[in-house]
Design a protein around this ligand. Structure first.
Ligand code: MRU
Length: 370
C-alpha cells in the first residue's frame, strides 16, 4: 500500500553485510510514521511482544524473519539445532492465540532440519522468510478478490446506495505484509467504485481500530467513522450496518474463530439483527489440529495496565493516562471466540466457505484425511 505516495510493505529486508529487518513501528501510528530497523533476534522478539508490530499475519511473517536472525547469529554453533529450537519456543510464547506465528516458525524449522552447512542455513532461512512474506501478501490480495462480491451484491441490492460495513480491530494491511484480510475486500470494492462507508470500532484496550484502521482508511481516502466499542449493536438495530467484516487470529476446523476481544459481541448483535457477519482470513490462520475453538484455542491475557491506562499522543510523545482508580485491578483478555453458528461465512484465498467442517473441507480438501 502507498503512504505519502510511496509503496510500503509492513516488513522487509535491507541486508548489508549482516541481516537487517525493517518494520513500520505501529506504536506511533496514526501520529508518526516510524520505520524501525531490527538487527538481532532479541530485538525482533521484543518488537513482537511489545507490539511494535501486531496482527495475525504480520506476527507470523515477523517470526519467520526472527528465525532468520536467530540462524544468522547461531549458524556456527555446534548445538545449532538446540539453540534454534529455544529461539522458536521463545517466539511462539510471545503471542499464543494467533496461530500464524506458530505456523511460520514450524515451516522454518522444517526446512532447516538436518541442514549442516552454516551458509546454507542462512540462505534457506532467509529465502523461507521472504517466501512466507510473499505468500501472506498474495493470500490477502486473493481474499480481496474473493470477498469483493459480497460488497458488490449489497450495493446492487441497495441500488447503488452506500454500503455500511462495520469492522473490529485492525485487519487491514498493517496486520499482514500487505492488503489485509477484512479490509482487502473493502479496498477492492472502493477501487471498483462501490460507494461505501466503514464503521470503525475503536477496539479497546489498545485501540487498533481507532489508531490503525482509521489511519489506513484515511490514507486510502475511504469514508469512515470511528465509534466506541459498544456502539455496533445500536447501529445494527437501526439498519445502519449492512455487513460486519472482521479478521481472525485462529480458526478451528468446526468454523469457530478467535479474534480481537469484543468480536463475539458484534457477532451476537449481527445475528440478532439479521446482519451478515463474515470473517476474512488466509489459510495460515486455520489450526488444522483443533476441532473446537471455544474449548481449545488459548486466549492470550495481556498486562492489566493496557486496560487501566489509555495511550495517546500528547506534547509530541506517546503518553498513558490512568482511567480507573489506581487501586482497581483489571483483567485483559486479548481475544474471544465467535462460535461458527454466528458466522455467515469465512473469506479465504481459495473462496468463501461455510463455517462447518464440510464447508471448510470443500475449500481445503488436502487438510482433511477423511
Ligand atoms: O493483538 P493484535 O493487534 O495482534 O490482534 C490481532 C488482530 O490484529 C486482530 O484480532 C485482527 O482482527 C485479526 S486479523 C489480523
Amino acid at each position: 500500500m502507498k503512504v505519502n505516495g510511496v509503496n510500503y510493505r509492513t516488513i522487509w529486508l535491507e541486508d548489508g553485510s549482516s541481516p537487517c529487518v525493517k518494520i513500520i513501528d505501529q506504536r506511533y501510528l496514526p501520529h508518526r510514521f516510524v520505520v524501525e530497523p531490527i538487527e538481532s533476534f532479541d530485538g525482533l522478539l521484543r518488537a513482537i511482544s511489545e507490539m511494535h508490530l501486531r496482527g495475525a499475519g504480520l506476527i507470523g511473517v515477523a517470526a519467520a524473519f526472527g528465525i532468520y536472525l536467530a540462524v544468522w547469529e547461531q549458524r556456527n554453533l555446534v548445538n545449532f539445532q538446540e539453540a534454534l529450537e529455544k529461539c522458536a519456543l521463545k517466539l511462539i510464547k510471545t503471542r499464543p492465540t494467533a496461530v500464524n506465528l506458530r505456523w511460520a516458525v514450524e515451516r522454518q524449522l522444517e526446512v532447516l532440519a538436518g541442514v549442516e552447512n552454516p551458509d546454507d542455513r542462512v540462505a534457506i532461512a532467509r529465502q523461507t522468510a521472504i517466501d512466507i512474506a510473499e505468500d501472506d501478501a498474495g493470500c490477502c490480495r486473493k481474499i480481496g478478490l474473493e470477498g469483493v462480491g459480497l460488497i458488490e451484491d449489497i450495493a446492487r441490492n441497495k441500488n447503488g446506495g452506500v454500503v455500511n460495513i462495520l469492522t473490529h480491530c485492525n485487519a487491514g494491511w498493517l496486520a499482514f505484509t500487505d492488503y489485509g484480510s477484512a479490509l482487502a475486500p473493502v479496498y477492492e470494492a472502493w477501487r471498483r467504485g462501490v460507494r461505501l462507508h466503514v464503521w470503525v470500532d475503536e477496539t479497546r484496550p489498545r485501540n487498533q481500530g481507532a489508531s490503525l484502521t482509521a489511519w489506513e482508511l484515511l490514507n486510502e481516502g475511504i469514508t469512515h467513522t470511528v465509534i466506541a466499542d459498544n456502539t455496533g449493536g445500536h447501529l445494527m438495530q437501526h439498519g445502519l450496518v449492512d455487513l460486519v467484516l472482521t479478521g481472525a487470529d485462529r480458526i478451528t476446523t468446526n468454523g469457530d474463530a478467535a479474534n480481537k476481544i469484543g468480536t463475539y459481541l458484534k457477532a451476537l448483535a449481527a445475528h440478532d439483527n439479521g446482519v451478515p457477519f463474515y470473517i476474512a482470513a488466509p489459510s495460515s490462520t486455520f489450526d488444522w489440529s483443533l476441532s473446537d475453538g471455544l474449548s481449545q484455542i488459548p486466549i492470550e491475557q495481556r498486562h492489566p495496565d493496557e486496560v487501566r491506562y489509555v495511550g495517546g499522543w500528547l506534547d509530541g510523545r506517546l503518553q498513558n493516562v490512568l482511567v480507573c482508580p489506581d487501586e482497581s485491578p483489571a483483567a485483559n483478555f486479548a481475544f474471544d471466540v465467535t462460535p461458527a453458528r454466528l458466522i455467515s461465512g469465512i473469506i479465504t484465498e481459495r473462496g468463501i466457505c461455510k463455517p462447518l467442517p464440510a464447508g471448510i473441507k470443500k475449500v481445503f480438501p488436502e487438510k482433511f484425511n477423511y
